[in-house]
Design a protein around this ligand. Structure first.
Ligand code: SF4
Ligand code: F3S
Length: 269
């Protein structure tokens, strides 16, 4: 059904790789066409819009004015705080990412940080964090803020937050890290398709061994599913086709704070 009052969305990309935008393009239900044509009014998105340069800047200013206090602000990427924010600037006035974010967030109804960079600083903030990168919650204060971590954030969770807002006019229930409980209320390990092998003590011991061929549990080759809160073991990625453990590579805890330094390629024991 077409919603007559589409919710205005402004999407900022800061220190990012556009992976969350790419993930959103592959959302399966609703599809990106349905999202931008029926559900949201996408007012600004650098990767998806036709406008660039002065035209894009004008569009941003007009959208902020017209939808003052009503737009959802999605943020992808971290904020570089080092050297007075000079590692990332935007627009003709070379506004720092920090100042740009603070200004655009000021008139938003709510702010949604998507991906591990926008939520916790992510890969730019990994040691030695050369730009002194931080997440949105370290910069934006006094606004409803929702964190949807993971690398990339699962588009099902982005759309879940949008639909919850469209249908109820409020943001979903959040946990202490500001994550929606509907998506981050349980661990990967709780719903993993290899869990029966974990319970039976059947592990992959080396890549390519008999256990790997039989889809045994990946814990001994580094899976961080027992420490990671996310729902990809249920909703998967890429139109539900697959997910990390489904392709035989353990979870690297990509939705956890500091995952790159803490979890990414470290083995247990
Ligand atoms: Fe748990 Fe990982 Fe084993 Fe799945 S593969 S059962 S998440 S340890
Ligand atoms: Fe990330 Fe682990 Fe899911 S690496 S995509 S949280 S299986």
């Amino acid at each position: 059904a077409i919603l007559m009052n589409r919710v205005p969305v402004i999407w900022l990309e800061l220190q990012d790789c556009a992976g969350n935008s790419e993930a959103l393009l592959r959302c399966d239900g609703p599809t990106i066409d349905e999202i931008v044509l029926d559900i949201v009014s996408l007012e600004f998105h650098e990767t998806l819009q036709a406008a660039s340069g002065h035209q894009a800047e004008k569009q941003m200013e007009e959208a902020m004015e017209h939808f003052k206090g009503k737009y959802l602000l999605f943020v992808e990427g971290s904020i570089p705080m080092g050297m007075n924010g000079q590692f990332g600037t935007i627009g003709a006035k070379a506004e720092t990412f920090h100042d740009h974010l603070v200004r655009v967030a000021a008139d938003a109804a709510a702010v949604v940080a998507v991906g591990s960079c926008a939520t916790y600083g992510g890969i730019p903030a990994a040691a030695p964090n050369p730009t002194d990168a931080v997440g949105v919650m370290d910069v934006v204060k006094g606004k409803p803020l929702i964190n949807i971590p993971a690398c990339p954030a699962n588009p099902s969770n982005m759309v879940g937050v949008i639909l919850h807002y469209v249908l109820t006019g409020s943001i979903p229930e959040l946990d202490s890290l500001l994550r929606p409980k509907f998506a981050f209320g349980y661990r990967i390990h709780d719903n993993c398709e290899r869990r029966a092998h974990f319970d039976a003590g059947e592990y992959v011991e080396e890549w390519g061994d008999e256990g790997a061929k039989n889809n045994f549990c990946l814990y001994k080759v580094g899976c961080k599913g027992p420490m990671t809160f996310n729902n990809c073991s249920i909703v998967r990625y890429n139109e539900g086709v697959n997910w990390p453990i489904g392709v035989g590579r353990g979870c690297i805890g990509c939705s956890e704070p500091d995952f790159w330094d803490k979890y990414a390629y470290e083995r247990p024991m």
